[in-house]
Each structure stands twice: as structure tokens, then as C-alpha cells.
Design a protein around this ligand. Structure first.
Ligand SMILES: Nc1ncnc2c1ncn2[C@@H]1O[C@H](COP(=O)(O)OP(=O)(O)O)[C@@H](O)[C@H]1O
Ligand SMILES: [Mg+2]
Length: 258
């Protein structure tokens, strides 16, 4: 069975997608079989690996809502050695359509059950909200939630709400759900603020913040427009080194606990 993590934070632009792609890419480079699951209607993870979201058939929308449609259409980029269950624009309606469905919060979990054996890691890229799509991501996240936090003013804002949601899911649907770790992103070492934020987040999440801190790096922002992870686009950049360190850190910890 794969180790399954959801990357969640209802704030947009904190690095969920960038982390999903690049952490996934380095886990793959370390020999892990990696599946990315894009459950954001914006489909940024899908386009970041060079897939046109408008051509997607049987992606995450169908996995959530049209389960009789057959096996999910997992796309593999052999050069990148990563697979993805892609998102498509139709997912935008899913939040509303799921409301009337049976077992509406456990749909993704069930869809992943049949394919989980084929992978070592499944990383779920959640949308910037705490609606039913993110709930599906949390319930499916058998091994916990990875929370990217941007090293900016008000970094902690909203995190109480996120941890409360995780707690609610734990109480009702998923007793083992935990925060697996917090990933600090877009760190700018030149500012005092960024250093203050690091200290503040470490205080809020004691012993849960990864040592690997992702710096602000233009190369990380450029890579998706080429449909490439940073491991291919610019493996010598500071952002690449940080995501490689993060993948090593996560893998070492997971090896210890398993
Ligand atoms: N470490 C970084 N340095 C510079 N730009 C980044 C970094 N991480 C993400 N970005 C850029 O910031 C924007 C938001 O990141 P993204 O990963 O899409 O966030 P989210 O998925 O949480 O909305 C994107 O344009 C992305 O390319
Ligand atoms: Mg995103």
C-alpha cells in the first residue's frame, strides 16, 4: 500500500502545487513510485507536468463523481517518472455535485484503494478551500496532511481553522488522521520577517516543521510553464536543492516509522 499524503492549506498561493510536483519529482528520483492526484479545479498540478487540462478524460472528476466510468485514467510521463491522476475544468462543479452524493467525503479514498498498491507514494494536491474536495483529500490521506506555509506576514492566519477541520475529520471519518508535517515555503533569508515567521510556525507546530525550508526562487516559479519539475528544469538551483532535501527528509522519516 502506498503512503498517502494530502497537501492542504485553504490559503491560495502558499506552495501546495509547487510542493506536490517537486517533492513528488524528487521522491521519484529516489526510486519511489509516485502518483500525484490533482483535485484542484484549477488543474495547476496537471499543467505543471505538461498536460493540457482540456484534453483530460476520466481524471479526478470522474474518480469522484462518475465511478462507474471505469478505471481512472492515470497518465505517466516516462521521462519524469511520475504518474498523475489529472484534474479537468469539470471538477469546478464537483463541490456542488458531491453534496447530494452518498459517501460524499470518502469518494477519493475509495477511488485510490484499487490503485494504491501500484505506488510507494501518493500526493494529493488540494484546492485552496475547505470544501468537499479538500475533505475528500483529507479523508484519503491515510498517512497524514502536509501543510505548506508561506513565510509571509499572517502566515499562521487560517491555520487554526485548518487544524480544526483536520480534527473534525479525525473525530467523524478518519480516526488516524494527523498533521504529518509543516513545510515552510518561499523563505527569503534577507528579511527579518521571514525568520520571525519560521520561529512563529515552529512554536505553533512544535516538532512538526520539516528542517528543509523552501527558499523563494524564480526558477521554481518558471518551471511549470515548461511543464517540468525543478529536478529537470534547473536541478542546481536553490529551490531544487531544498525540495531534494525535503524528499530525503520525508523518506528517511517514513522509513523509520514503517
Ligand atoms: N519557493 C517559491 N519561490 C518562488 N515562487 C514560488 C515558490 N513556490 C511557489 N511559487 C509560485 O507561487 C505561486 C503559488 O504557488 P502554488 O504552488 O501554485 O500555490 P498553491 O498551490 O498553494 O495555490 C505560483 O505562481 C508558484 O509558481
Ligand atoms: Mg495549487
Amino acid at each position: 500500500m502506498a503512503i498517502i499524503y494530502a497537501l492542504a492549506n485553504q490559503k491560495g498561493g502558499v506552495g501546495k502545487t509547487t510542493t506536490t510536483i517537486n517533492l513528488g519529482a524528487y521522491l521519484a528520483k529516489l526510486g519511489q513510485r509516485v502518483l500525484l492526484v490533482d483535485i484542484d479545479p484549477q488543474a495547476n498540478a496537471t499543467s505543471s507536468v505538461g498536460i493540457d487540462k482540456h484534453t483530460v478524460k476520466n481524471g479526478s472528476y470522474e474518480a469522484l463523481l462518475d465511478m462507474d466510468n471505469g478505471a481512472p485514467n492515470i497518465l505517466t510521463n516516462p521521462k519524469l517518472k511520475i504518474s498523475i491522476l489529472p484534474s479537468s475544468p469539470s471538477l469546478a462543479g464537483a463541490e456542488v455535485e458531491l453534496v447530494d452524493e452518498l459517501a460524499r467525503e470518502t469518494r477519493l479514498k475509495r477511488a485510490l484503494e484499487s490503485i494504491s498498491g501500484r505506488y510507494d507514494y501518493i500526493l494529493i494536491d488540494c484546492p485552496p478551500s475547505l470544501g468537499l474536495l479538500t475533505l475528500n483529500g483529507l479523508v484519503a490521506a491515510a498517512n497524514g496532511v502536509l501543510i505548506p506555509v508561506q513565510c509571509e506576514y499572517l502566515a499562521l492566519e487560517g491555520l487554526g481553522q485548518l487544524t480544526q477541520t483536520i480534527e473534525r475529520v479525525r473525530n467523524v471519518l478518519s480516526p488516524d488522521l494527523q498533521v504529518r508535517g509543516v513545510i515552510l515555503t518561499m523563505f527569503d533569508s534577507r528579511t527579518n520577517l521571514a525568520n520571525d515567521v519560521v520561529a512563529e510556525v515552529q512554536r505553533f507546530f512544535p516538532n512538526q516543521v520539516f528542517s528543509a525550508i523552501i527558499p523563494r526562487s524564480v526558477r521554481l516559479a518558471e518551471a511549470p510553464s515548461y511543464g517540468l519539475p525543478i529536478s529537470v528544469y534547473d536541478p542546481k538551483s536553490t529551490g531544487a536543492e531544498a525540495y531534494e532535501a525535503l524528499a530525503n527528509e520525508l523518506l528517511a522519516q517514513d522509513n523509520q516509522t514503517s
